[in-house]
Write a protein of this length. Structure first.
Length: 116
């Protein structure tokens, strides 16, 4: 069976869709995403929005969920390929969101844990 150019383009579009991505998180504390102990306190750097993802994969964005420069997050794990598992607590509403963001946009400002 010979596939036409439009057929190939349609197939590529469907297969590259986030719906087909394996948007599953690596197991907590696994070799793929070692846990940070203690967790890190980090802030967003750079310009513009930093998109949240449901898994450490560019094909797994969380729709309309992002943080902006100077927002503070708690980082629980990092992958070797540049992703961080974070939690953001909105200071105005008290609501929180957890997900994965690109590590390159985060700057460490401390650790989370008891003070001695």
């Amino acid at each position: 069976m010979r596939m036409t150019r439009p057929g190939i383009l349609l197939l590529c579009a469907v297969l590259s869709s986030p719906a087909w991505a394996a948007c599953t998180e690596p197991p907590a504390g696994s070799a793929q995403a070692p846990a940070l102990s203690p967790p890190l306190s980090q802030v967003v750097t750079g310009a513009g929005r930093l998109q949240f993802h449901s898994a450490p994969d560019i094909a797994c964005p969380m729709k309309a969920v992002f943080i902006i420069p100077k927002d503070a997050v708690i980082t629980y794990a990092q992958t070797r390929d540049g992703w961080s598992s974070v939690m953001y607590l909105n200071p105005r509403t008290g609501s929180d969101v957890s997900g994965w963001v690109r590590s390159a946009r985060l700057k460490t400002v401390g650790t989370m844990g008891p003070r001695h």
